[in-house]
Design a protein around this ligand. Structure first.
Ligand code: PLP
Length: 343
């Protein structure tokens, strides 16, 4: 039986040539995969994963989704929005991270979308609080589905195996040349792992360069290869026509040089890259993930090290999530533990 999907996306997302960036840095074949508009009212890489995770929760009769992340988590916001679309509750366990306006707005949006918000001060505290909330919900007879951080499980990752196949179909259709390398931000790893497997399954030679943006439980090459293989197994078990491939850890490329001061800490090269993306190509990036990934992409295009045809996979939603709410709440309307982020 094929995997269930709760529709949250509008696929395939377009690919586009970055002519102005090419002219600016003297490169000849730069492209972007526009996942920023993958769905609404939230795009980016999350809806692709969530449509399988939400369908699974519904199939199992769960009444809500529970997940965790930094206080500015895009994944948490996308999960809260998806839950609302599917008529489910959403609860989030949130870990402090460097504060900026983007993070503050994410907190307000979570509240506006009706998510139940809990603050935990460390990763062990996140794990403990998550366990308590899951047990309490089950005891009340309203069990919640645990959505892994970043939506990255074998099932969530399977969505990016399909995304790799989607890009391969666009290459096949002549919409872009076969990329020598795809650049994408690496958080929990589902995006990268799925793309590696999907591109390989389609027979492309394209390398996937994963730009590490987190020092908090950073995924290893081994973890990414296991995830990729687990995603392929899930899909094959459900009858999808995929070759029985094995991704080895040494086929995974992780670029660590753009992490800077750690998760959520902006870098100078990221800020420069964000300005170039906006001014030359009208692409909006954020500091935690895509600024660092785009900086790596620009550096690669300048150096010529990865070949001629390079593609940036834009994982950040460019759809304004305020479109889906009546108004942004005031900070004092949030649960009390979150007030400190406005002091
Ligand atoms: C904008 C953006 N890009 C990339 C990522 C990382 O994706 P993954 O967790 O699949 O590695 C995230 C995760 O939250 C994100 O919000």
């Amino acid at each position: 039986m094929p995997l269930d999907r709760y529709p949250l996306t509008n696929l395939p997302t377009p690919v586009r040539r970055l002519d102005a960036l090419e002219r600016e840095i003297g490169a000849s074949s730069l492209w972007v995969k526009c996942d920023d508009r993958s769905g609404g009212p939230y795009g980016g890489n999350k809806p692709r994963k969530l449509e399988y995770l939400v369908a699974d929760a519904l199939r199992r009769g769960r009444s809500g989704l529970l997940t965790s992340g930094g206080i500015g988590t895009h994944h948490g916001l996308a999960t809260a929005i998806a839950a609302r679309q599917a008529g489910l509750r959403a609860a989030l366990v949130l870990l402090p991270q460097p504060i900026n306006d983007h993070v503050r707005e994410s907190l307000l949006l979570l509240h506006a979308y009706g998510a139940e918000m809990h603050l935990a001060e460390s990763i062990p505290a996140v794990v403990a609080r998550t366990g308590c909330l899951l047990s309490a919900a089950a005891l009340r007879g309203e069990p919640m589905a645990l959505i892994p951080t970043g939506g990255t499980s074998a099932l969530g990752t399977s969505a990016f195996v399909r995304a790799g196949l989607e890009l391969a179909a666009q290459v096949e259709a002549g919409m872009l040349p076969e990329p020598d390398a795809v650049f994408t931000a690496l958080g929990s790893g589902g995006t990268s792992a799925g793309l590696i497997a999907g591109l390989r399954a389609a027979g492309l030679r394209t390398r996937v360069v994963s730009i590490l943006v987190t020092h908090l439980l950073p995924p290893s090459r081994r973890r990414l290869s296991r995830l990729a293989n687990a995603a392929v197994r899930v899909m094959r078990r459900h009858g999808e026509a995929l070759p029985d491939l094995r991704i080895a850890a040494d086929e995974v490329e992780i670029e660590r040089s753009h992490l800077g001061g750690g998760y959520g800490v902006p870098t100078e090269s990221g800020e420069t890259a964000t300005r170039m993306a906006r001014e030359l190509e009208g692409i909006a990036l954020e500091p935690t993930y895509t600024a660092k990934a785009f900086a790596a992409f620009v550096a690669a295009a300048r150096s010529g090290r990865y070949g001629e045809h390079l593609l940036f996979w834009n994982t950040f939603s460019s759809i304004d999530p305020r479109n889906g709410i009546d108004r942004l709440p005031e900070p004092h309307e949030l649960p009390a533990p979150f007030h400190r982020f406005w002091k």
